[in-house]
Design a protein around this ligand. Structure first.
Ligand code: KG4
Ligand code: ZN
Length: 357
């Protein structure tokens, strides 16, 4: 199966194949990132993103096929991330996938990007035992799910403002780090004291997430409380006025608070919905400190943890192929080519999408 992903700022294609043992093997996984193009805006600019996808989509598909040592005529099915995302970005991958499926007369699968993140820990792993809890933490989504089976997940809670990855990116921007800031903030945090700042944990409904208070606390800690009132209100310092050690302390304290906030909801969800498996996915799962906390959480409760390796955390097409494969195993024959690309997920009620800051 050729799998394609273009929902935000990564143009990706992968080839996945059923092994003789009936499992799924990833033969190639190519990701062309646009981070350099969006760098100066400190966020993803939708128009720039869709134009870059147009330039990259065919070379990336060709590279995925070539590194799997296959040709287009060998493809038996096509899958694509069809929602949620930036609509101009989605349309590029979806149009390419539909055109290939139509020209080869092969089945077409439109896959929900959030669901693909949710199942990404199952790629190359044994199937999950149910009931399970699901956690997706990325730049666009922060959602908790209850899973009775591999059918439609039930949304338990999501963020009421920023996604956790977006909060990481904004905090990193405040510290003068490059976009996307999550991995840079993690690196800076390694040299800092996580207890240096007692950042607040959001007081939302137990299974909802919120990161705007943490973000404001971080802003004031970096730039100081604004002087003046109303229109004359202004900050008196910036990250340039802080020594490196102070920045590292801020990064470490922010990271600790953001992760504590995620784990608190997870503990609450597990108390209400005891589970056998925890499936996690999304770009923020690439964070080593979060990975450690998730492992401890699972070990302490004797839960099987399905956590993707780092390459399948941030946006990629292998996870799209994996989610489509799960549908094929259930006997699903695919979607009509009339299926539209959509900005919103059917799973998360109110997804936030990354935009310019
Ligand atoms: O899943 P993803 O590639 O895109 C969305 O679906 O949104 O996630 C990207 C997000 C970005 O906000 C990025 O900063 C964050 O994941 N991220 C990290 C790390 N690596 C990526 N956040 C914290 N620590 C990391 N190591
Ligand atoms: Zn994603």
């Amino acid at each position: 199966m050729l799998a394609i992903e273009s929902s935000c700022d990564e143009t990706a294609a992968a080839v996945v194949e059923r092994t003789e043992a009936g499992e799924l093997a990833v033969l190639s996984n190519i990701v062309a990132s646009q981070h350099d193009l969006h760098q100066r805006y400190a966020g993803v600019v939708p128009e720039i993103a869709s134009r870059a996808h147009l330039e990259k989509i065919l070379p990336v598909i060709h590279e995925a096929l070539a590194s799997a040592k296959l040709k287009l005529c060998h493809v038996d099915a096509v899958s694509v991330g069809i929602r949620p995302g930036l609509i101009g970005s989605l349309l590029v991958g979806v149009s390419a996938a539909k055109a290939i499926a139509w020209s080869l007369s092969k089945p077409f699968f439109g896959i929900d990007h959030v669901e693909a993140h949710l199942w990404s820990g199952l790629l190359g792993q044994s199937a999950a035992e149910f009931p399970a809890l699901g956690l997706v933490v990325s730049g666009g989504h922060t959602s908790l799910f209850h899973l009775d089976s591999q059918m439609t997940p039930t949304l338990l809670g999501s963020t009421i403002d920023d996604a956790v990855g977006e909060a990481f990116d904004k905090a990193a921007f405040m510290l003068g780090l490059p976009h996307p800031g999550g991995p840079h903030l993690e690196q800076l945090a390694r040299g800092g004291n996580p207890q240096a700042h007692a950042f607040p944990l959001a007081q939302t409904d137990a299974l909802q997430f919120s990161f705007s208070g943490l973000k404001t606390a971080m802003l004031y800690a970096v730039r100081g409380v604004p002087a003046g009132r109303g229109k004359s209100s202004h900050f008196t310092r910036s990250h340039r006025d802080l020594p490196q050690g102070a920045k590292a302390d801020l990064a470490a304290s922010f990271q600790r608070a953001a992760i504590a906030s995620v784990l608190r909801r997870l503990r609450e969800a597990h108390a209400r919905y005891p589970c056998k498996t925890l499936c996690v996915g999304g770009g923020v799962v690439a964070n080593q400190a979060l990975r450690h906390e998730l492992m401890v959480f699972a070990v302490e409760r004797n839960i099987a943890l399905r956590m993707p390796p780092q390459e399948y955390c941030v946006d990629n097409a292998a996870m799209i192929g994996g989610a489509a494969w799960m549908r094929i195993v259930r006997g699903d024959a695919g979607d009509p080519l009339t299926m539209p690309a959509q900005p919103n997920s059917a799973l998360a009620s109110a997804p936030t999408m990354r935009g310019t800051r």
